[in-house]
Design a protein around this ligand. Structure first.
Ligand SMILES: [Zn+2]
Length: 141
Protein backbone atom coordinates (compact mmCIF):
# COMPACT_ATOMS: atom_id res chain seq x y z
CA UNK A 1 0.00 0.00 0.00
CA UNK A 2 2.99 2.26 -0.45
CA UNK A 3 2.53 2.96 -4.08
CA UNK A 4 3.63 6.40 -5.13
CA UNK A 5 1.28 8.33 -7.27
CA UNK A 6 2.07 10.94 -9.83
CA UNK A 7 0.32 12.89 -12.53
CA UNK A 8 -0.50 10.81 -15.56
CA UNK A 9 -1.05 7.65 -13.54
CA UNK A 10 -4.23 5.74 -13.88
CA UNK A 11 -6.26 4.87 -10.83
CA UNK A 12 -9.64 3.52 -10.02
CA UNK A 13 -11.63 6.05 -8.12
CA UNK A 14 -15.11 7.20 -7.46
CA UNK A 15 -16.41 9.56 -10.13
CA UNK A 16 -18.67 12.20 -8.69
CA UNK A 17 -20.46 12.56 -11.98
CA UNK A 18 -20.86 8.95 -13.10
CA UNK A 19 -21.49 7.90 -9.50
CA UNK A 20 -19.41 4.83 -10.09
CA UNK A 21 -15.91 3.66 -9.35
CA UNK A 22 -14.15 4.09 -12.65
CA UNK A 23 -10.70 4.54 -14.17
CA UNK A 24 -9.28 8.02 -13.74
CA UNK A 25 -6.18 9.75 -14.99
CA UNK A 26 -4.39 11.72 -12.29
CA UNK A 27 -3.88 15.31 -13.35
CA UNK A 28 -2.40 16.96 -10.30
CA UNK A 29 -0.75 15.67 -7.16
CA UNK A 30 0.25 17.75 -4.18
CA UNK A 31 2.58 15.91 -1.86
CA UNK A 32 1.02 12.46 -1.83
CA UNK A 33 -2.49 13.66 -2.29
CA UNK A 34 -4.40 13.61 -5.52
CA UNK A 35 -5.98 17.00 -5.98
CA UNK A 36 -7.23 16.65 -9.51
CA UNK A 37 -8.12 13.76 -11.74
CA UNK A 38 -10.07 13.17 -14.88
CA UNK A 39 -12.68 10.50 -15.33
CA UNK A 40 -12.00 8.38 -18.38
CA UNK A 41 -15.69 7.75 -18.87
CA UNK A 42 -17.25 11.20 -18.73
CA UNK A 43 -14.02 13.24 -18.99
CA UNK A 44 -15.03 15.38 -16.05
CA UNK A 45 -12.25 16.76 -13.94
CA UNK A 46 -12.75 16.62 -10.21
CA UNK A 47 -10.95 16.20 -6.95
CA UNK A 48 -10.25 12.91 -5.27
CA UNK A 49 -13.00 11.75 -3.02
CA UNK A 50 -12.25 8.65 -1.09
CA UNK A 51 -14.86 6.61 0.64
CA UNK A 52 -17.73 8.40 -1.01
CA UNK A 53 -19.03 5.25 -2.58
CA UNK A 54 -19.87 3.84 0.81
CA UNK A 55 -22.17 6.67 1.67
CA UNK A 56 -25.55 6.76 0.17
CA UNK A 57 -28.19 9.31 0.87
CA UNK A 58 -31.59 7.83 1.50
CA UNK A 59 -33.65 10.96 1.17
CA UNK A 60 -31.51 12.78 -1.34
CA UNK A 61 -30.85 15.72 0.97
CA UNK A 62 -27.14 16.39 0.85
CA UNK A 63 -26.37 14.88 -2.51
CA UNK A 64 -29.08 16.89 -4.18
CA UNK A 65 -27.76 20.06 -2.60
CA UNK A 66 -24.26 19.32 -3.89
CA UNK A 67 -25.47 20.07 -7.38
CA UNK A 68 -27.00 18.13 -10.19
CA UNK A 69 -24.82 15.45 -11.62
CA UNK A 70 -26.23 14.14 -14.86
CA UNK A 71 -25.62 10.51 -15.63
CA UNK A 72 -23.32 9.80 -18.58
CA UNK A 73 -26.16 8.87 -20.87
CA UNK A 74 -27.83 12.21 -20.29
CA UNK A 75 -24.55 14.04 -20.77
CA UNK A 76 -24.02 12.29 -24.05
CA UNK A 77 -27.54 13.07 -25.13
CA UNK A 78 -27.04 16.76 -24.28
CA UNK A 79 -23.81 16.81 -26.22
CA UNK A 80 -25.46 15.19 -29.20
CA UNK A 81 -28.36 17.64 -29.03
CA UNK A 82 -25.93 20.54 -28.90
CA UNK A 83 -24.07 19.21 -31.90
CA UNK A 84 -27.24 18.83 -33.92
CA UNK A 85 -28.32 22.35 -32.97
CA UNK A 86 -24.88 23.74 -33.68
CA UNK A 87 -24.42 22.03 -37.03
CA UNK A 88 -24.40 24.73 -39.62
CA UNK A 89 -25.57 22.92 -42.68
CA UNK A 90 -28.96 22.32 -41.08
CA UNK A 91 -29.68 19.75 -43.71
CA UNK A 92 -29.74 16.06 -43.18
CA UNK A 93 -27.95 13.87 -45.63
CA UNK A 94 -28.67 10.18 -45.72
CA UNK A 95 -25.72 8.03 -44.80
CA UNK A 96 -24.09 6.02 -47.54
CA UNK A 97 -20.62 4.53 -47.48
CA UNK A 98 -19.85 5.81 -50.96
CA UNK A 99 -20.46 9.43 -50.00
CA UNK A 100 -18.04 11.89 -48.54
CA UNK A 101 -18.89 14.20 -45.68
CA UNK A 102 -17.54 17.26 -44.05
CA UNK A 103 -17.40 18.29 -40.43
CA UNK A 104 -20.72 19.43 -38.97
CA UNK A 105 -22.74 17.65 -41.62
CA UNK A 106 -25.89 16.13 -40.21
CA UNK A 107 -26.17 12.55 -41.31
CA UNK A 108 -29.21 10.37 -40.97
CA UNK A 109 -28.33 6.75 -40.52
CA UNK A 110 -30.94 3.99 -40.92
CA UNK A 111 -29.80 2.29 -37.74
CA UNK A 112 -28.28 4.97 -35.51
CA UNK A 113 -30.54 7.88 -36.45
CA UNK A 114 -29.31 11.43 -36.71
CA UNK A 115 -25.64 12.08 -36.28
CA UNK A 116 -23.20 14.92 -36.66
CA UNK A 117 -19.86 14.51 -38.40
CA UNK A 118 -17.14 15.25 -35.85
CA UNK A 119 -14.05 14.54 -37.86
CA UNK A 120 -13.27 13.25 -41.29
CA UNK A 121 -10.48 10.83 -42.06
CA UNK A 122 -9.31 8.95 -45.08
CA UNK A 123 -12.21 6.70 -46.07
CA UNK A 124 -14.02 7.15 -42.79
CA UNK A 125 -15.80 9.71 -40.64
CA UNK A 126 -16.27 10.00 -36.93
CA UNK A 127 -19.87 10.80 -36.18
CA UNK A 128 -21.69 11.49 -32.98
CA UNK A 129 -25.00 9.72 -32.63
CA UNK A 130 -27.53 9.69 -29.86
CA UNK A 131 -26.00 6.60 -28.36
CA UNK A 132 -22.39 7.55 -28.83
CA UNK A 133 -19.61 8.21 -31.23
CA UNK A 134 -19.14 5.88 -34.13
CA UNK A 135 -16.66 5.62 -36.93
CA UNK A 136 -18.35 4.96 -40.23
CA UNK A 137 -17.01 4.17 -43.66
CA UNK A 138 -17.20 7.00 -46.19
CA UNK A 139 -15.52 7.95 -49.41
CA UNK A 140 -13.59 10.83 -47.83
CA UNK A 141 -10.10 11.35 -49.12
ZN1 LIG B 1 -17.14 10.09 -14.76
Amino acid sequence: MDKRISAGDEIDSYCTRCKLTLGHIIIAVVGEKIVKMQCRTCNSIHGHRSGVAAKRSSGGGRTAAAGKKPDPVQTLFALWERCIAGAESGREVPYAMDKSYKEEDIVSHPLFGKGVVQKTHYRKCRMLFRDGEKTLVSSNT
